[in-house]
Design a protein around this ligand. Structure first.
Ligand code: ADP
Ligand code: MG
Length: 458
């Protein structure tokens, strides 16, 4: 078993016993125990007293013991969990869990129906089988400190839970907190769904590969027989209709081409257009949350208030949350923090990076505020480079014009200085704004200061 499987299994056990999911501390204790750390080391890692960690661990072992029907402690956790996993296979509990999945991820009204003791000596295990659980959040990042964003969380919850939106895009510049927000949201609403899957699109899988992964999670064991050549998996849309599913596709920009305007599919990913169209237009109660730097074009286009398709664009954190991030990073000179936040637009990744740079270079915050030029930490430069390199040539030339001006720039000025045909300007501006790289106010356009600094340095 690996740690992900252990955490998943432990989460089921704790949920079934207490009606609550594993909390962060319980999870850290399980991880530490799995890595053979002692309580003192775990306590140091979570910044709590050893006594507190022992107390929470003792409660956790009791919960798991009750569920497994054997005494479980730190010393025999590994053996007990492995026995339970084997027992799951042989006693077909996985099938049971699937059949009761309406409640498994939900309010779990019938935890008493779950098996209360493991039967390791019962039937022999079948090593080929793996328990099929209705959640796969193994690719979701761990939840860390998370500030503010209550309005955004409420909006997303309303769209997804009450208004039953089928396709929701969450966009914003790199580092602004999309992934963290999506993970918080998932944690808060996952119990409202029968199936939940978080998938990172790092490798731009083809639509067929993605559908395969999804249908594998959704299909009943009898739908597909791995030893038979003819599987009976249903088309993805059928599962989205049959169950209420939440699918989070993170890093969606990997599906889109570089050198083109925002949201244009790579040739190999072109079929996603039809897939997302079907998800958006067919009747079902499931939701796809698409998280990334830019939304697919067709999603960006359909923004009417009654449509089941929505886009939420994230901007920087408010000053209080930004201060918290700087505080967590161990920064001093608190009176200068608001000015620093202003320069880095409340982007949590940029704030963390600059705080680290100040600390590690032995600088003072005031050194970073002395003149108009903005210091770019190496990792901020890297993410700016990644985003800039994706732009079309027309977008790049507009970015150079905007970076060369000290204030906001009019459309006419952009036309003239960007040497771009007037018929092409609207598309290029729309694309830059979908990528959240420019801002428009009173018909004047500006560049985020960090990006201006980056482009000036090119
Ligand atoms: N609301 C928040 N409160 C505290 N930290 C945050 C918040 N949002 C994001 N972060 C942190 O900022 C960094 C960048 O966030 P991330 O979600 O990865 O950005 P994105 O997905 O938009 O590139 C991460 O370290 C994340 O933990
Ligand atoms: Mg992200």
């Amino acid at each position: 078993m690996d740690i992900k499987e252990v955490l998943k299994l432990a989460d089921e056990l704790v949920l079934a016993q207490t009606n609550k999911h594993l909390n962060n501390l319980q999870e850290r204790i399980l991880r530490g125990t799995w890595e053979d750390k002692d309580y003192q080391e775990i306590a140091q890692a979570v910044n709590l007293s050893e006594a507190r960690v022992r107390e929470v661990a003792s409660d956790l072992w009791q919960i798991i013991s009750k569920r497994l029907g054997e005494k479980v402690s730190k010393s025999n956790l590994r053996a007990a969990m492995e026995r339970w996993q084997i027992a799951l296979f042989s006693s077909n509990v996985a099938q049971y869990v699937r059949n009761s999945s309406v409640n498994f991820c939900g309010d779990n009204k019938h935890p008493q129906n779950l098996p209360t003791s493991h039967p390791p000596q019962q039937e022999p295990s079948s090593p080929q089988q793996t328990p099929t659980l209705p959640q796969d959040l193994s690719e979701m990042p761990e939840l860390g400190a998370f500030y503010a964003r209550t309005g955004e969380l409420e909006t997303l919850q309303t769209w997804i839970l009450q208004e039953r939106c089928r396709l929701v895009a969450l966009t914003g510049i790199s580092g602004i907190g999309k992934t963290a927000l999506a993970a918080q949201l998932t944690q808060q609403i996952k119990n409202q769904f029968q199936y939940v899957l978080w998938h990172n699109l790092n490798s731009s899988p083809t639509p067929a590969e993605l559908q395969e992964k999804l249908t594998e999670l959704f299909s009943e064991p009898e739908d597909s027989n791995p030893s038979a050549t003819n599987t009976r998996r249903l088309p993805l849309i059928k599962y989205l209709q049959k169950y209420r599913c939440l699918v989070i596709l993170n890093e969606i920009h990997n599906l889109f081409s570089s050198g083109q305007h925002a949201g244009q599919y790579k040739p190999a990913c072109e079929e996603y257009r039809a897939l997302f169209k079907e998800i958006a237009e067919s009747p079902h109660n499931s939701c796809f949350l698409l998280v990334g730097w830019e939304p697919p074009r067709e999603v960006a286009q359909l923004k009417s208030p009654n449509s089941p398709i929505r886009t939420l664009t994230l901007t920087g954190l408010d000053p209080a949350a930004s201060r918290q991030i700087l505080r967590d990073s161990g920064l001093t000179e608190e009176q200068e923090w608001d000015a620093l936040t202003d320069r880095y637009q409340g982007n949590p990744l940029w704030l963390k990076s600059v705080a680290t740079l100040i600390e590690e270079s032995g600088s003072r915050v005031t050194d970073f505020l002395q003149n108009d030029s903005i210091v770019l930490p190496e990792d901020v430069r890297d993410v700016c480079r990644l985003q800039f390199n994706r732009l079309s040539e027309r977008e790049k030339s507009l970015m150079f014009v905007l970076a060369g001006e000290s204030g906001p720039v009019s459309r006419d000025s952009l036309l003239e200085k960007g040497r771009i045909p007037s018929s092409e300007l609207p598309n290029a501006l729309q694309s830059l704004s979908r990528r959240c790289l420019i801002e428009k106010r009173d018909n004047l356009y500006t560049l985020l200061p960090v990006l201006r600094q980056y482009i000036k340095g090119l």
